[in-house]
Design a protein around this ligand. Structure first.
Ligand code: BG6
Ligand code: MG
Length: 215
């Protein structure tokens, strides 16, 4: 098996935006008169915006109409945008830029596979858009992770077969999506959370090319 393409999740792999999602969701919960802790925030990683809202409303025991939910999701996104519009290159996680450059030198194709509808905005703010041959974001998919759609589209746009691709993911739903796509999956984070991935590494600081069968 020869790896020809790498597909990266964005939030939690390229940048740590979970903290901004958390602050915006917490503000929303507080306007509805309940609190939302960082422990609960773990459940939202890799999960779509509307599904995240459902989880939060369930925690607060709040039932709302579809129309009201759409209004709240839009409001949360405005607050989230206030944070991400302040981002710059300094927020790229350690080792990511060097790893992407090394992949480019090795002629490996590079894709983004993110659930976020704000992915393009974030990549522009951190000045990384041009590092990706293909960008698949939350605006291009119908089915959220753990459905493999986002990664299957990524491989197709790179003109590669699933078995030629590695996915880098920090969320359980994302690892499941990569495995459902028939791809090799590298978990970025902790073994006890991402144990279903083929291997788990803490981040891109270490040289991982040897472990990844990319020559
Ligand atoms: C994922 C994040 O990448 O994108 C989730 O891990 C987030 O926390 C989801 O809810 C959707 O993001 P956005 O930017 O479209 O609200
Ligand atoms: Mg993620």
């Amino acid at each position: 098996m020869e790896i020809r393409g790498c597909i990266f999740d964005l939030d939690g792999v390229i940048v740590d935006t979970a903290k901004y999602h958390y602050l915006a969701w917490k503000r929303l919960a507080n306007t509805l008169s309940f609190d939302f802790s960082e422990v609960h925030n773990e459940q939202l990683k890799g999960v779509s915006r509307m599904r995240s809202l459902d989880i939060i409303l369930q925690l607060g025991n709040v039932e709302l109409s579809e129309e009201e939910k759409l209004r709240l999701a839009a409001e949360k996104n405005q607050w989230y945008l206030e944070y991400i519009l302040q981002m710059d290159e300094s927020e790229i996680l350690p080792g990511v830029t060097d790893f992407l450059e090394e992949l480019r030198r090795k002629d490996v194709r590079i894709a983004l596979g993110s659930a976020s509808k704000n992915a393009q905005t974030i990549l522009e703010k951190i000045n990384l858009s041009s590092s990706f041959d293909v960008i698949v974001d939350g605006n291009m998919v119908e089915k959220a992770k753990p459905d493999p759609e986002v990664f299957i589209i990524g491989a197709e746009l790179m003109r590669l077969e699933p078995h030629q691709c590695i996915v880098f993911e920090d969320a359980q739903a994302g690892v499941a999506a990569a495995l459902n796509a028939g791809m090799y999956c590298v978990g970025i984070g902790e073994e006890d959370v991402l144990g279903n991935a083929h291997i788990v590494i803490p981040g891109f600081q270490e040289s991982i090319f040897l472990r990844l069968r990319i020559s």
